[in-house]
Ligand binder design. Sequence first.
Ligand SMILES: [Zn+2]
Length: 280
Amino acid sequence: MTGFTTRFAPSPTGPLHLGHAFSALLAHDTARAAGGRFLLRMEDTDRARCTPDHAAGIIADLTWLGVTWDGPVHHQAPHIAAYTARIAPLAARGLLYPCGCTRADIRAALAAPQEGVEHAVYPGTCRGRPMDSRQPGDALRLDLARALATLAGSDLAFTETGPRHGGTHRIDPAAALADIGDVVLSRKGEDIVAYFLASAIDDADQGITDVIRGEDLFSFTPIQVILQHLLGLPTPRYHHHRLIRDEDGKRLAKRDDARALSRYRADGMTPADIRALLFP
Ligand SMILES: [Zn+2]
């Protein structure tokens, strides 16, 4: 791999909170210490929840913290059709099938993970449906068993440099089938693309060598590695960091306004105070 490149990739669905500030500062500082590049990406494909105001607020908060990024901010929302086009070859290889299972099921499968909410593995109801049976609004699912069969002999693995899971992780196909299943990659007509797909494509397109992100996303890494192999994309190194929790050990949620960075700022805390709080 060439020079160290990492990114901070928030979803602008609310104000920046302390947990995000930790992630941004860690990625930024690591890149600067390595003499590498630090990019800022807005993972704003969920247009019902992401707003330009939240994106502007995040940029203002990062700027106040002293975080600087290289190049323009990359927004995903204008490129949804392009992400979807990238999976067309998978359909041609017979690795996708249309699925009309309920919208609620599909929403749940596409959403970024929430603590305490187990990802439900799709039971395969529509598996085997031909692509030409696709109805408006049908999602496209990955036939994971077939996909893994085409990858037999590939080195499905990633290197983790984070504190909790450090080392080389090999992806066990049987475990992937049990834990991940036939994930939804996109949904036609509503311009919805899976978070983990858009993120994996951008990591490759932006030359990310090291993904630094919260350990809540660790469980998404195997499907991202599988997609990287299916799409011919490189696998970066991963570093999943600890999550910032409040005094009760509860994870600081973005929607918890009391923990918004702007609140600390309004209370008179300086960027140095925030750093001292996050990196004791
Ligand atoms: Zn279905």
